[in-house]
Design a protein around this ligand. Structure first.
Ligand code: PAF
Length: 286
């Protein structure tokens, strides 16, 4: 596995692979790798001939300096995991290597990024879109792999490559969960043992919604109440949003009154200083 920290080195490593006719896969990460990330690496290893992983805690997508500073970092451990997965290239630049000191141009993600996570974290998706565009331009992958855990991010990036004609296919990969159902996230490491116990409420809420739909409930407000109830009994969990949305536009479905087709349930909640998100597909079967 080759490890580089400059854009030039990354470009020339990938170019050499491309000259050998290899199909290039990119897995963009912010490190603190867990099995969710490794599932993206495995998907890339299956579909591409050469897998590049970027590890970069991108400051421009954090609104809050405390959140950026608290973000877990463990580069040496990440590298050992990636060697074991058979990754070809790790690109781990410093902030100074990634952004010019007077960088000004950003990628504006459009209205899809204003709702949900974007409403709670202003500027977040602008930072994500800017860094992802830079990574796509540096690596020029044929395929880039993103987890469905960050469902809105996946959709925003889908629009980015479509609207800016990026020649990369975006591949969404299923959420990987802990034994008790909690979606894997680098932020889980920041939870206290008590908070970790409470965090399972997120996936239990998704299950409650799916169960209600499986039992024939179609009224969207009722399904959303079933979601919210899971949080009401856990005062340490502060619900940010829990909604049924259109799986592509992420528009809330509540106005439609009743569920008539595939939907996505999305939610975000705060446990102390840690903000967690989760989501699931819901499809009414007649
Ligand atoms: O999902 C993430 O870890 C980040 O948002 C990404 C896509 C690596 C951009 O910094």
């Amino acid at each position: 596995m080759e490890r580089v920290s400059s854009k030039e080195e990354a470009r020339s490593a990938v170019l050499a692979a491309r000259r050998e006719g290899k199909r290039i896969g990119l897995v963009p990460t912010m490190g603190a790798l867990h099995d969710g990330h490794l599932s993206l690496v495995r998907a890339s290893r299956k579909r591409a001939d050469y897998t590049a992983v970027s590890i970069f805690v991108n400051p421009t997508q954090f609104g809050d300096a405390a959140d950026l500073n608290a973000y877990p970092r463990n580069l040496e451990h990440d590298l050992s995991l990636l060697v074991a997965e058979g990754v070809d290239l790790v690109f781990a630049p410093s902030v100074g290597a990634m952004y010019a000191a007077d960088a000004q141009v950003v990628v504006s993600p459009g209205p899809l990024a204003d709702m949900w996570e974007g409403a709670s974290r202003p500027g977040h998706f602008e930072g994500v879109c800017t860094v992802v565009t830079k990574l796509l331009n540096i690596i020029r992958p044929d395929l880039a792999f993103f987890g469905e855990k960050d469902y809105q991010q996946l959709k925003v990036i889908g629009r980015l490559v479509r609207d800016l004609d990026e020649p990369t296919t975006i591949v969404g990969c299923p959420i990987v969960r802990e034994r008790d159902g909690l979606a894997m996230s680098s932020r889980n490491a920041l939870l206290s043992p008590t908070e970790r116990g409470e965090a399972v409420a997120l996936c239990e809420a998704l299950e409650a919604a799916a169960q209600a739909v499986a039992w024939g409930e179609r009224d969207i407000a009722t399904i959303e109440s079933a979601l919210a109830e899971e949080f009401a009994s856990r005062p340490s969990l502060e619900l940010d949003y829990a909604a049924l949305v259109d799986p592509e536009t992420l528009a809330p479905l509540r106005e439609a009154g009743s569920l008539s087709g595939p939907a996505r349930v999305i939610l975000a909640a705060r446990l102390g200083s840690v903000r967690l998100i989760d989501n699931a597909a819901i499809a009414p079967i007649e």
